[in-house]
Structure formats: structure tokens, C-alpha cells
Design a protein around this ligand. Sequence first.
Ligand SMILES: [Zn+2]
Length: 399
Amino acid sequence: MFDSLIDRKPAEKRAGREVSRPRVSAAQLVRSRRDFLRAAAGVAAGTVFLGPSPRVHAQPVSKRRKVIVVTFGGGARDQETFSPEGQENIPHMLTELAPQSSFFTHVSNQGILGHYVATASLATGVYETLNNFAAVPPDHPTVFEYFRKDLRRPSSDAWVVAPSNGFNRIGESDCRNYGGGLGARVVLPKHLLSAAGAGSADYAHLLRDNYESPLYAPQLAGGEFELQQLETILKLSVDDFKAHAMTLSSPDELSVYIARRLMQQESPSLLWITLHDMDVAHSGAYSLYIEGIQRTDRLCAELWKAVQADPEYAGNTTMLVLPDFGRDADEDAGGNGFQHHRTGDVASRTTWMMALGSGVRQGVVHDRQVQSIDVVPTLGAMLGFSPAQSQGKAIPELL
Ligand SMILES: [Zn+2]
């Protein structure tokens, strides 16, 4: 069944051989993911657990629960990840993270497939309709506003690390009763690096702002992280920051480095990190897309290790990992395979989510369909705030 999916190579189209095959359904994707996960990672389906009893990470009563959300701007297809031929690209997720996680094979995104608007939708629990290429705040309150307002948390307790200048407004809506300084602080590592004067060719590999529209470079305004806060918050001198950045191979590595500094210095209870390297696929370079997937796989594992090693986070942290959406399937005539996500086909809308850590059952796969907009209500139920305007539903398997 999945074989018919994985052997559709872009080369077939280039060779001019039109091969007529049935389109992949969401049910096929879900079944395949489950089967491959079981085979590769030994995780069990449905309510059948790995081992004699499902282990749920208990939260130490003395510590407040923390949540880290990692999203990928631009997903990866199953051919390059969960299928047998893709598994070599995600060894950390398959062998380290999936066995510890509750894995959802069917996360559906019914919204607009642009990275800023989709990530904003994940963060508000409403399918936002804002212009993906405009520096505007989300129309509905963000998870950060619900969290801070309901739980009376300071601004140091909610942070976003975002991939490009276009995300600088994601921390806060301008909704009545919310907004107005109640959102997350947003750090844009690339903006920081360029503000630090790292404009030379040595840093060019870290400064590419996005992979979809080379003309898109919005002016920054609002609550972006100020350069002087490098020293006051991250305890990094500008010179140290620039020197360390020189050792990093990609924008996502820079983002994870900044996120880890934030964890050490501010210990936010709600930390949202959006990675973007794999979206280099838009350039059409398959090998760079694969490198991006491999790097994301490694960075997620490094982040989870950092959680375990940090006394503020170890034992009381839940991490969610999910792509904002998928990419086009090879057989859709409206697209160009892995390169883009513009057809709105099943492959580009059917993604997945991994949840692990505090309060989450380990080694279990759920095939029930959930939606991108269910993340915020789920976080609300986990952390104890009320996502009043969200249109999603809390995911009971995570509560
Ligand atoms: Zn993209």
C-alpha cells in the first residue's frame, strides 16, 4: 500500500513517463505512519502499550509544569521521514523520542498553508486568515496571552524563538481584553545576529530570512528582542554571540542555541520554538532539504537532552513536536513534489505530532484525527488556563 507512495520519484516526471496512480488518502498516510513507527521504534498502537504498564511521567509536586512547543516551518513528507527509505533521516526521533512519546499520526491542518499564518493558527487555536506575508498580529488571542493573563505570569515566563522577521508579531494579538503587553516576548535570532553587526559573508548561511519570497523583508516594529538584551537577559556579550554563531551551521542551530540560553537564564514555563531549515526545499535542492530534516531531527533530540539536564525543566516539562503542515505529494499535477506546499492536497495537510515528558504516556500511537487548532486548548488543560476564543478541542489522550 505504502510502496505505491514511496516509489513516486520526481525523476519519473522529468523522464516524461506519466504514471497514473491513485492519490494517497489521509487514512493511508495514518496507517503507514503507525506501521512504520511500530516496526522502527517499537511503539504500540491505540491503547496497547509497550511493556507491562504504561509509564506516565509524574510531575514532581514541588515544581511547576513547563511546556516547550517545537514546530517546523515547512514539514517533511513521509517519504523522507517515516517510510522505510526515509527513516535514516530521523534516527533520533524514531529511536530516542518516539518510544518516549504519545504519537499522533493524523494531525489535520485545514487552514492556509503559509508558515506565518499556520504557526499563528497553531498559537491561537483558530485558523487565522491573516496575510502570510504581512507583519501583522494574529486576529485572535495567542496561547501566550491566555497563559499570562489567566495565570498572572510575568513576561519572562513566555517566550517565542522564531525563524524570520515576519514572525515578530506572533507573540501577541491586538484583541480587546488581551494583547497590550500580555503576550510572549519574541526573539528573532537572525535579527539579533544582523543587529550585532554580523553582516559579512561569514554569516550569510545564518541570515537568510525565509525560503519562499526573496522580496519579503518586513520592517520590524513592536516587541522584538532588543540587542542590548543579549547581555542583560541571555548574558552574552555581542562579541561572544558573534563568535559562537560562526561555529553554527544553520539558522535552526542558532535558534536552538538561543532557546537554550533562554532556558538557562529565564527558565520560561512556556517556550515556543519554530524551526525552518527544511523549508530550503523551496529552492528545489533535494539534498539541502534532506540535510534540513536530519538537522531538525538532531536538534529536537538535543533540546530534549537539555531539558533532562536542566534542574528547572527535568521531570516537569512536556514537549510537543509538530510540523505546521506537510509538503505536496509527487503525483499531484498542481505541485512540484517535495519542493512546495501549494496544492492543498492530502499530503500537505496531513501531518503528525509527538508529545513527550511530564504527564504523557510513553510508547503509544493514536490514529484518531486531531487538528492543528487543538494544540492551544490542550495546553490550556495542561497548564490551567482558559483558551476562551480557541475553536479547537483539548486532546484527551494528553490529559
Ligand atoms: Zn515553505
